[in-house]
Structure formats: C-alpha cells, structure tokens
Design a protein around this ligand. Structure first.
Ligand code: GLY
Length: 356
C-alpha cells in the first residue's frame, strides 16, 4: 500500500471510482476499514457510500463533530483512541468521507497512527473535491492558526462523486467555488472566464468544472508535490485569506467566514497587490473585484482588524526567515512566488477593498 509516494495517486470519478475502490479492497485486503465521517456526512452521505462498497471486510464508522473549530489535535486524539480500541493495525484502511476538515484531519490521523496506515479520500463538499482532498496535504489547526500541524502524504486514491453535493448548503458551494476561481486566476484565463460566466452554466456543467479544477491542481502538484516552488501558486489569495479566516474564527462578534469566503476576500486584496507590484492589468483587477464581490459580498475591516490580520500573517506556512512570502500575479494565468510586500501596500490593498 502507501509507501510515501512523492507523486499523485489517481483521482477517480463516480462509477469508475467505486469500481476501482472495490478492486483496491479486493487486491489489498485491509484487515479492517474505518470510515471517518462528521455529523453531517454521517446523516447525509454515509449510507449512500456504504451501499457502494462491495466487501465483507469489517467496516467501522468513526464520527467527529463537524466544523473547523474541531480540526485540532484533541479531535485527532479521540480518533487515534477509537482506532486503538477497535484494534486497528498497520493493514487497516481509513476512508475519509467528508469535507476538507474530515479529509485533512483523517489523512493526518491515518498517516501518523502506528507510523502510518493507508487512507482514501472521498470528498463530499465542493471545496474538498476541487482542493482539499487532492494533493496530499493533511493536518490540523493549532489554536486559531490554520493548518500548522501536518504532513504531505498522498492518499491511495481520491474518489469524487458529485451526487454528494445534492445536500450541500449554498454557502458551502460558494466556498468551494472560490478555489475554482483561484485555479482560473493562477492557471488559465479561459477557465477563469468560463467559471465566472455563471449565467451560461448550469448543474450539468459541474462535473466538467470539478474535473478541470482537479486537473489544474494535479498538474501543479505532480511537478512539485512538496511545495518547494510552483505548488506555492495554489496558495494564491491564501496569505491574507487565511489570516482573515483565523481572525474571524477567534472574534465571536464577527461573522464566521467559511474558508472559501475568506479566500475570496484574500484574492481581491492580493490582486490589488499584484497590480501595484507586478503590473497586473488594472481593468482585470476591477473586473475581478466586481465579480468576486457580486458573489461573496464585502466584509468590513476596521484599522484594528487590519492590524491584527497583518499580525496573523506571521504564521503563514510559506514564510521563510521571518519574511512573509506572497504569491502574486503578473496577469491571469501568470503567477510569481516568494514576493515580499511592503506593509504600506497591504494597507492600500485594504483601502481598495473597502472603498470599491
Ligand atoms: N490547497 C493548496 C494545496 O494543496 O497546495
């Protein structure tokens, strides 16, 4: 099974995906299967998923609470304890059935339990389908700081079944859409135009869009699985976006933002910075600002909020030797990495965000 491959394992879709999963179970014959769910995917996805499994291997279900606030080491400890009580061994298989919290946390728990058991991701949210479940990033938050603890290790496979999206709330769909928009901005103007032209899209286009986004991400991860260079481009909008998300998580007076909602604001801010420092075209900046705000609205940030958000960027994982490293764009589809940004330009970006 998983021998810490550097590159990407297959991402499979719907019926073919279930066939491959069942063939995988037959071939590898795990000692037990552990399906990790949260309270939402337990109610909405588990029975549909279990019906597709063709195996007589003992299958246990482990449930965690749903929500980013449970993506921490305490939850991991709970899952490790259950694995231990249920006598999971090195030949056991974990299947993470859920959104980004379940796939990130489940991958981390699996790859550290008894120094590593195999795992498969079955994402059930749009965000997890197009981003979190693919590429092998696993981990949990440390306090309010996002994804500080974790490792990069590839799942045995990712199985995407978009029929799970039928029960996903609209705000969760919007959150996933932000990562799709990001893929357009960093990789392809044609894809950006397609996914922002929502009037021309309907639900039947969703499978193609998911696949195109996964292909963009997979191409990048294959070139740089450990995020030494080009994979950093997948963090576009995330330097400020993660800081905004962390800030909102810990300030109960603020609307809690879903990951993609915070990244949407981060992408406007970082596109403004790209305009100032990398000559990103002004007309496209205005277009991106308008389109993203039409979809996500505008958050309000006071001077104190901005100063705390800037402080939180110190914990961004791309930072090196105390420098905050941004991904910026020279144009749509033309990213550059490891750019430091003067504080004054960040302030100007917030001014632009708030006043336009
Ligand atoms: N979410 C960005 C990455 O997987 O690299």
């Amino acid at each position: 099974m998983n021998d810490f491959p550097a590159s990407l394992n297959p991402v499979l879709y719907t019926e073919k995906g279930y066939d491959k999963l069942n063939a995988f179970l037959k071939k590898n014959d795990p000692s037990k299967i552990f399906v990790l769910v949260d309270s939402n995917t337990h109610s909405n996805c588990l029975s549909q998923f279990l019906q597709k499994l063709e195996t007589s291997i003992t299958t246990e279900v482990i449930e965690i609470e749903s929500g980013e606030e449970f993506k921490n080491l305490q939850t991991c400890e709970g899952v490790w304890n259950v694995l231990s009580e249920l006598e999971a061994d090195r030949k056991s298989l974990m299947i993470n059935l859920g959104g980004g919290v379940v796939t990130d946390l489940g991958g981390f728990v699996a790859s550290t339990f008894k120094r590593g058991i195999s795992f498969i991701n079955v994402p059930t949210s749009l965000l997890a389908m197009v981003d979190a479940s693919v590429g092998g990033k696993t981990g949990v938050d440390l306090g309010n700081l996002k994804n500080q603890i974790g490792i990069i290790i590839q799942p045995e496979m990712v199985l995407i079944d978009s029929s799970f999206l039928g029960t996903l709330p609209a705000n969760e769909m919007r959150s996933g859409l932000a990562e799709i928009l990001k893929h357009g901005l960093i990789a392809s103007e044609e894809y950006w135009r397609k996914v922002t032209n929502l009037a021309d899209l309907d639900l039947s286009d969703l499978d193609d869009i998911i696949k195109e986004s996964v292909d963009i991400k997979a191409r990048i991860v294959k070139k740089d699985p450990k995020e030494k260079n080009i994979r950093k481009t997948l963090n576009y909008g995330h330097t400020l976006g993660h800081a905004i998300e962390s800030y909102c998580l810990t300030h109960p007076d603020r609307n809690k933002l879903l990951h993609g909602e915070a990244i949407a604001a981060g992408m406007i801010l970082e596109t403004f910075i790209s305009h100032k420092l990398q000559d990103f075209p002004e007309n496209k900046l205005q277009q991106i600002n308008g389109l993203i705000k039409d979809m996500y609205g505008k958050e309000s940030f006071s001077a104190d909020d901005i100063s705390e958000i800037k402080n939180l960027m110190k914990f961004d994982k791309k930072n090196e030797r105390g420098n905050i490293n941004f991904v910026l764009l020279k144009d749509i589809g033309a990213p550059v990495v490891d750019i430091t940004v003067p504080d004054t330009v960040i302030d100007k970006a917030f001014e632009f965000y708030l006043n336009n």
